[in-house]
Design a protein around this ligand. Structure first.
Ligand code: CS2
Length: 497
């Protein structure tokens, strides 16, 4: 289409019907929320809920200031700045219906690596009530062998030595909280929106351990004055593609350099534990509960683990997307069996939720043919995801004598995946993982030492010394290395239960 409309505040009025837009007065919005990690998920979830809230009335103290801490955030910074921080959320329903909605809740963006002081000041400003995070499972800087803050990370060392020029989010939060304390201001709430069990507790632990090393008195103040609510977050958000950008151009003449696509489903269950106020997100569908534990466990162990099951097995088999894998009956059946036989028996009851229905809904969501969620996104950083999503289920089942075969095949297949790096047709897999080299090195020794992959303690903990697990794993990895037809191994597992 000729003469496209570049997305900007000024051009909002020119957008055609079919694209809904923020009608609220964005000029007068204060950023009560400072958010670190403005990826697709933040933009389809917290920013979406907040936009929905801003559309319903005068909540002008609850805008969002996005923060990028690393060089890699430069692209989103410049796209958002060019578009007056606006972007389009394209919500794709399974029946083909599409909702297009310009989100206006982000009102500013700053780069921590360019001007750390400005970001510290922003977090420390009395306007800021919440610092929220989507920094990924791996971003919490946990030493996975000890579970403590990893001070061996050179960036952590740097932050200890240069408290006012931090690189890690923990350095920024600590510096900002120090400033608030010194100025006698109320603290802010630190709100994690990552897929981690007890994400608030973990954030608290990491912030406190870092702060204590730097300044024990400040750590005591943080301990007494800052809140870190746990939350379960959910909305499937695939990586934006060129086709999404073209779609907006062709259908609406809208030029948006970085829209986001998501499914219609979304859920946010939050512990109501804030120190300096919060938006009434419950007005727009979020749930506030006293204890989020059963909700997060259910989501991580069914949805996220289900994704990993399809992601690893499907990649080796040659599937490309989640909907592609579940349209294969073998994969859909295997996933359901994994959920029923291994994941569900170690879940706690969730009040008001029928787990069977929840699983049916998950499969429906995975089947959405208009969400082309790539397996490469799912498998991204598996070394940080599997210890949260899948391995705890194996450990729980080992303890209670439950089935482990479905999940163990995924671990064995992951070894093959890291070793060979190709699907069954010989096509190279797009593997992105901070531990890629060490995973590959350990996996490549499997023929000499079948347990070499399992010995990566930071990922598997002590699984390599569990006799029952080792027996099942060795058998499976042995078979897979003889014949990498993962579908055949899946059928074996299904017929042996
Ligand atoms: C996915 C999640 O990262 C993953 O492997 O399972 O991004 C998932 O799509 C979201 O948690 C859905 O809420």
């Amino acid at each position: 289409m000729n003469g496209t409309i570049p997305l900007s505040q000024e051009n909002l009025q020119r957008l055609p019907d079919g694209v809904s837009r923020p009608e609220y007065d964005r000029k007068n919005i204060c950023a009560g929320i400072v958010h670190v990690g403005v990826g697709g998920f933040h933009r389809s979830h917290e920013a979406y809920y907040t936009d929905e809230l801003l559309r319903t009335g005068d909540f002008s103290q609850w805008g969002i200031c996005g923060i990028g801490l690393r060089d890699g955030d430069r692209k989103i910074a410049s796209v958002l700045e060019q578009q007056d921080y606006l972007y389009t959320l394209i919500i794709r329903h399974p029946d083909g219906r599409i909702e297009n909605r310009v989100i206006g809740s982000i009102v500013d963006f700053m780069m921590g690596c360019d001007d750390p002081q400005a970001v510290i000041d922003r977090m420390a400003s009395s306007e800021t009530k919440i610092v929220s995070l989507t920094i990924t499972e791996g971003g919490y800087n946990v030493d996975s062998t000890t579970g403590e803050f990893d001070f061996s990370n050179p960036d952590a060392q740097h932050d200890l030595a240069h408290p006012m020029q931090p690189k890690l989010v923990f350095g920024f939060i600590t510096a900002a909280l120090r400033k608030r304390r010194d100025q006698g201001l109320t603290a802010f709430t630190v709100q994690s929106c990552d897929n981690i069990q007890h994400n608030g507790n973990l954030t608290r632990k990491m912030v406190l351990e870092f702060a204590r090393r730097q300044d024990p008195e400040l750590a005591d103040w943080i301990d007494a004055n800052v809140k870190f609510p746990n939350a379960m977050v959910d909305r499937i958000t695939p990586v934006t593609t060129q086709a999404d950008i073209e779609y907006l151009k062709n259908e609406f003449g809208l030029d948006d350099a970085w829209p986001v696509t998501s499914e219609p489903f979304c859920q946010w269950v939050i512990e109501d534990d804030f120190v300096n106020g919060r938006p009434p997100w419950e007005n727009v569908g979020a749930q506030f509960v006293p204890d989020v534990t059963p909700y997060e466990k259910m989501k991580l162990r069914l949805l996220n683990a289900g994704h990993s099951v399809l992601g690893i097995l499907g990649s080796i088999h040659g599937h490309q997307t989640i909907d592609g894998s579940v349209s294969d009956e073998l994969f859909a059946g295997y996933l359901r069996q994994f959920m029923d036989a291994e994941a569900t028996p170690v879940l706690d009851a969730v009040e008001g939720i029928d787990l069977d229905k929840y699983k049916d809904t998950l499969l429906e969501r995975f089947r959405n043919p208009n969400i082309k969620d790539s397996l490469s996104r799912i498998c991204l950083e598996s070394s940080s995801k599997l210890p949260v999503f899948l391995i705890p289920t194996i450990k729980d089942n080992l303890e209670r004598g439950g089935s482990i075969r479905y999940a163990t095949l995924v671990i064995a297949a992951w070894c093959l995946y890291c070793d060979r790096g190709v699907d069954r047709h010989g096509n190279e897999l797009d593997i992105v993982d901070g531990m890629k080299a060490s995973l590959n090195e350990a996996a490549a020794k499997t023929s000499d030492d079948p347990l070499s992959f399992l010995k990566i303690q930071s990922v598997f903990g002590d699984l390599a010394s569990n006799e029952r697990f080792v027996k099942t794993y060795t058998e499976m990895v042995g078979r897979l290395y003889q014949d990498s037809d993962v579908a055949q191994q899946m059928r074996n597992v299904m017929s042996n239960g």
